[in-house]
Design a protein. Structure first.
Length: 130
């Protein structure tokens, strides 16, 4: 695990140095370099996290909760990471408005994603109160 983390950190440092060097000559290529490194790290992170997600799913199945809640949780984590990375890339390229727009999009997507869970929670609360 330490070796994988070291490899990911080294890849990010190499990508950052490459982006800084490219920024002197062509700003667009520097952005694409950063995006490429982000995609590689995200793919590696998904492969690395796959066994942990399987274990979490097994633990979740032992509860009496609906399986859609676990899927919603994974989707929420994905939305958070994707919007965070996208907004950081937009900020690095000098596009503050686009960074804010993608963050707003992520917040609205999370709200829409959690509506069924909020509805179930309110049903439980009203059932207890009656």
């Amino acid at each position: 695990m330490i070796g994988d983390t070291l490899s990911a950190a080294a890849l990010c440092i190499i990508g950052a140095v490459t982006a800084v060097l490219l920024k002197q000559y062509c700003r667009e290529q520097a952005i694409f370099s950063s995006i490429a490194v982000c995609v590689m790290i995200a793919a590696a992170a998904l492969a690395f996290a796959s066994p942990a997600i399987g274990q979490l799913e097994a633990l979740f199945e032992r509860t009496s909760l609906d399986k859609t809640y676990f899927k919603s949780l994974l989707k929420a984590v994905g939305i958070c990471y994707m919007t965070g990375i996208a907004s950081d890339i937009c900020r690095d390229s000098g596009e503050q408005a686009l960074a804010s727009a993608v963050e707003i999009w992520g917040r609205i997507a999370l709200l829409i994603l959690t509506l069924p869970m909020i509805d179930a929670l309110l049903n439980i609360i009203t059932g207890v109160l009656q």
